[in-house]
Design a binder for this molecule. Sequence first.
Ligand SMILES: Cc1ncc(C[n+]2csc(CCOP(=O)(O)OP(=O)(O)O)c2C)c(N)n1
Length: 361
Amino acid sequence: MSKPERNVIKFEDILARDGKCNVLFLNYDNEAFMNTGIQESGATPPHASTTTGPGGEKIPGKVGVKQDLVTPFAFYGTKSLFLATANPAYPADFMGKVADALKSNGSAFIQSIADCMRGWRHPAEDAVKISKLATDCGYWPLYTVRVKDGIPTFSYYRGLDIDKEKFVEYLKSMGRFRHLFKPQFLEKEIDELIYYTEQRNLKLKGLIEQFGAEKPIDFYQVNRRTLEPQQHLHPGHGLCPGCGAGMVLNQMATAATAVAGNNIIYVNNTSCSEVSTAKDFVTSWKVPWVHHLFESGATIAEGISTTYKILKSKGLFNGEVPYVIHIAGDGSTYDIGFQFLKAALIRTSSFVEMNEYLKQN
Ligand SMILES: Cc1ncc(C[n+]2csc(CCOP(=O)(O)OP(=O)(O)O)c2C)c(N)n1
């Protein structure tokens, strides 16, 4: 079999594009409800210990699966949509995807892994090493789905194959899986966790085979020497040291600054990213930022984007319609808030032309 071809995507070529996203929905996935005390979510992996499903003598941590959120969105029937997984330990891929998403038509959903040293229980300085290992062992594959005219095209960057040795190293590096190794070696549970991940990756490989891009490997080329520092967040925040959400926010804002300048509005669901950038009535944000309820930020983000377009189409706003990014943790993405996100994502990826009708009135 011939080697799959690389699709080299240059950052400056993305910036030169005409496309414009309605809303980029960004989920940073730290795999539990972290700011309220490490409660289990739909994103928590099997057998991970949380405060609501602690690993002990009776139960081996979470009993259930880590739900796959990204690939199902490809099949809801949207017209135009950009979907991707990301990892801040791979910053060129991360920032390339944020820019690509913002410069694509329809809307976009990016799900990024976000290390949590408190919830995952490891030293802060291991955050990048552990995040990188997540992709390298096959736990957090990096892939992209581009839906055009209703048809999805799958491509990937890395992390589709399970490396069992690295997988075990990944698990052992975090206290949330310690009960799988001590006092007894829970082989069945470890095997089960690897098995579910492998099945997820097999499905993904099948989708790449069935709906693959001509050049299936996406390779984002970002010249970091020419990249300006982000302008959207003041330095300093109340996140924990080494917090993955902090890395996500920084890289997101760097790519978003390059695409949008300061013509951007952020909407944040209640979460670690929200509470720690909005302390004591002073926000860390230098651009407009809206905190909305735990579950409904996606609707607000959609409302803001659509309202600007309506005003523009009615001649009531003459400026450039702002970019809109919605930020949410996994609790408000997988669980409470899923229906709002799903509806907003589908609407903004399918009915962009709504404004054509509005113009007639
Ligand atoms: C309807 C509702 N239920 C519960 C809460 C309390 N609450 C606020 S944030 C949060 C957890 C957020 O978890 P996640 O979305 O994963 O973000 P993280 O804290 O991990 O950043 C909860 C349960 C709320 N604000 N509103």
